[in-house]
Design a protein around this ligand. Structure first.
Ligand code: F0G
Length: 442
């Protein structure tokens, strides 16, 4: 089985060795895909093999990424794989969310239940494995917090040095605490994620350091398994639509590639529509799509869903391609819509971080605009764990969430209050039995 890198630009398509340390095409700076000469002629046999591996204790089979290794066959040496049993995330039926959004039924695939609490682990096991195949000793990424948490953990497992570039004071503490604990060198840069991304690209181009942002196509190979695992869990019953938040647009890109490859290889006979939801004021893909622009329309991003506070997403062309292949779409939701949808996901006993809630908010909006039919079979992908950003959740439930809050170590200004429509604030009660019984209505 041979893997190679190929430029995604139609008029270039340059092929290069998979061990070239390049983030983009050396000729035209286009994004790169990992491509294979797949040897799969009998998909049903592979579906059975994937199922049987669930009974195995082999470390590769225990991983929800490497269990599907024939669909991402870039590593021929199992001993090199760096795995933490990532993936293996559940799909929950979500009746409250379905009713709230106006759908008959809705399923949530909860990538927040990964080892470091986000979908990044699916990608990072692949990215760090490739780093090991290339004998890298130092890896780096820019991050809004989850990529860095994941990279720090996998680098620690692999014995590599991790360097993370994060926007100063803009990442949630749950995420920051992870990379500190996992031993990463943490550089807090003045400026936003887009500036941190620019710096890390320059530095990794000019040095031995290996870049592990989702511009790295090996990361996206791992993230393909979110779709593969979801289909396997559903007995290969194909949903009409998969809804995913859009930030740097790596995830939506990998979903498109997974669906296209599964379709080309005969695993599926129709393609679920990839629907990408962005925050209203962090909406470069949406703007680009609506304006039918051939170039990305960058924005200065603002949203309390800090994971997707990104105005210049690197993988936008791959995300466009994913929508084209699958007849998908992109839309935007407001801060208010995100906050209420998040509380609704919580009511289903599931919970997630704010960026993930764009999915349910987006479905509700698209049902109202009749883009989605209420009978559709929809899977929303929750990307991060509720505990990543507890401040947001507690502020919402205490009626204290503001779209614009400025800090200089402490809160100095609040503006544009978000309505806590589904607030569930804690009650202060005296530690007296009668008082508690009174509050309980007993
Ligand atoms: N949801 C969560 C929880 C995220 O952390 C991210 C991205 C996204 C959605 C958006 O996914 O970038 O593939 O479109 N977080 C990155 C990070 C940027 O640095 O952790 P995307």
């Amino acid at each position: 089985m041979s893997a190679y890198l190929q430029c995604i630009e139609e008029n270039c398509q340059k092929r290069i060795s998979p061990t070239t340390k390049a983030h983009v095409c050396p000729d035209c700076s286009g994004l790169l895909d990992v491509m294979y000469d797949f040897q799969i002629t009998d998909p049903d046999k592979f579906k059975q093999t994937f199922q049987q591996r669930r009974l195995s204790n082999d470390p590769l089979d225990l991983s929800g990424v490497w269990r599907y290794r024939e669909l991402l066959p870039f590593c021929s040496d199992p001993a090199k794989v760096v795995t933490m049993q990532e993936g293996n995330t559940p799909i929950y039926e979500a009746p409250h969310c379905a009713e709230y959004a106006g759908l008959k039924r809705l399923h949530l695939k909860h990538q927040g239940l990964n080892p470091t609490g986000s979908f990044k682990d699916n990608g990072m096991t692949a990215g760090v494995t490739q780093a090991r195949l290339m004998n890298s000793r130092m890896v780096a990424c820019a991050s809004t917090g989850n990529t860095s948490a994941s990279m720090a953990a996998y680098a620690a497992r692999a014995g590599m040095k991790a360097v993370i570039f994060i926007p100063d004071q803009q990442i949630a503490f749950g995420k920051l605490s992870q990379s500190l604990d996992y031993g990463a060198l943490t550089l807090q840069l003045e400026g936003d994620f887009d500036e941190a991304m620019k710096m890390v690209k320059e530095i990794t181009e000019e040095s031995e350091v290996y870049l592990l942002n989702s511009i790295n196509p090996f990361r996206l190979e791992g993230q393909k398994t979110i779709i593969i695992e979801m289909l396997a869990q559903r007995g290969w019953k194909i949903p009409d639509r998969v809804v995913v938040p859009g930030g740097n647009l790596g995830n939506s890109s990998s979903f498109g590639k997974a669906i296209k490859e599964l379709h080309d290889l005969g695993f599926i006979d129709k393609m679920p529509m990839v629907t990408i939801i962005q925050a209203l004021r962090a909406n470069p893909l949406y703007k680009t799509l609506i304006d039918r622009s051939a170039r990305l329309i960058r924005v200065e991003a603002h949203t309390l869903a800090t994971a997707i506070k990104i105005g210049n997403p690197v993988s936008w062309k791959k995300a466009m391609r994913a929508m084209e292949w699958t007849r998908g779409w992109c839309d935007v939701v407001s801060e208010q819509e995100i906050a209420d949808a998040k509380a609704m996901i919580g009511r289903d006993g599931v919970g997630c971080e704010p960026a993930s809630a764009t999915t349910v908010a987006g479905i509700k909006k698209l049902i109202q605009t009749k883009e989605i039919d209420k009978e559709e079979d929809v899977v929303a992908v929750l990307t991060g764990n509720l505990l990543k950003d507890p401040d947001y959740t507690v502020n919402y439930h205490q009626n204290n969430l503001y779209e614009k809050a400025s800090y200089k170590n402490e809160l100095i200004e609040r503006k544009d209050k978000i309505q806590s429509t589904f607030a569930n604030a804690p009650l202060k009660v005296k530690a007296r039995k009668e008082e508690i019984l009174r509050v309980l209505g007993l």
